[in-house]
Design a protein. Structure first.
Length: 296
């Protein structure tokens, strides 16, 4: 499934199914003025969520399907969400994933899913993916600031998987392995190697065949050209459907993981208000990081 965000604000947007060009989901977040009493500080330590939300602000996010049915309800107490998906009261952020602990590595954030022990979320400063250890294939990715081309490219893909996950030795890094230099759109164990410096074929084009079903939606074959500039290009969410998880749960998990990714790697944090200002700040921060990198 390939979904396009109609706005830069991922919590106030419409998701368009690219294959049908019809609305798949509508995401709306509003400030709840009736719930403005102070909130006690939570003791649980979680990666920072939207930073402009003070502890006494209450917001509500709803995700509706094309028919207007509410599928997801998220109540925000400051920066802490309480999530309900369909009839399942999931709870807090840690309850959405398969573990209350997070494996920290210098350049990677790895979080298990709750619906499949072989599926893990993998985040880096530049990417967010859903990976299946069983099939060793990417099952989802978040394309940000890209131009979509309705035809696959053949390109060499960068391989950026930590040796602790791939099993490769330090003397033989994954980036030098034949799998990472192949023309295949899905190099072996390439969880975070989904973008080249200019363009890449969608890694999902050949990997959504593990769970055939009558409701399966096929993603159109696409290539994505990264603009490397916030606000230039579009944002797309691409993933394979899973029999143990509703599509909207995967969507919600991607959104939460994107916020965690920004907090973990000290990127420009998501804010509920003034999305254009947030986007301009992200562009400024990106330019400053590149300047610092080039002057070191």
């Amino acid at each position: 499934m390939l979904l396009k965000f109609t706005t830069a604000d991922m919590f106030n947007t419409t998701l368009i199914d690219v294959s049908t060009r019809e609305r798949a989901y509508e995401i709306v977040t509003v400030l709840d003025a009736t719930m403005a009493e102070p909130v006690k500080q939570l003791t649980e330590v979680v990666e920072p969520l939207p930073t402009n939300a003070s502890s006494n602000e209450h917001r509500h996010t709803s995700i509706k399907d094309a028919s207007g049915n509410v599928l997801v309800s998220i109540s925000w107490k400051g920066r802490r969400p309480n999530i309900t998906i369909l009839d399942d009261e999931v709870g807090q952020l840690t309850d959405l994933f398969g573990s209350s602990t997070v494996k920290f590595m210098p350049k990677y954030l790895v979080v298990p899913t709750r619906f499949d022990t072989e599926y893990i979320w993998t985040a880096t400063p530049d990417s967010l993916t859903l990976f299946d250890y069983d099939s060793e294939k990417v099952k989802g990715t978040f394309h940000q600031n890209v131009i979509r081309v309705s035809a696959p490219f053949t390109t060499k893909l960068k391989c950026a998987i930590p040796s602790t996950l791939s099993g490769s030795s330090p003397s033989s890094p994954a980036s030098n392995s034949p799998a990472c230099l192949s023309q295949s759109p899905l190099p072996t164990l390439s969880m975070t190697s989904l973008t080249s410096s200019h363009s890449s074929k969608s890694p999902m084009s050949d990997s959504c065949h593990s769970f055939p079903s009558s409701s399966h939606t096929t993603s159109p074959k696409s290539s994505f050209i990264a603009t490397h500039l916030p606000g230039v290009g579009g944002n797309y969410l691409e993933f394979c459907q899973h029999p143990l998880a509703h599509d909207v749960e995967i969507v919600v998990s991607f959104l939460m993981m994107e916020i965690l990714r920004r907090g973990r790697f000290l990127l420009t944090p998501y804010t509920f208000e003034k999305p254009r200002l947030w986007q301009l700040k992200e562009a400024r921060d990106l330019v400053m990081r590149r300047l610092r990198r080039n002057t070191v």
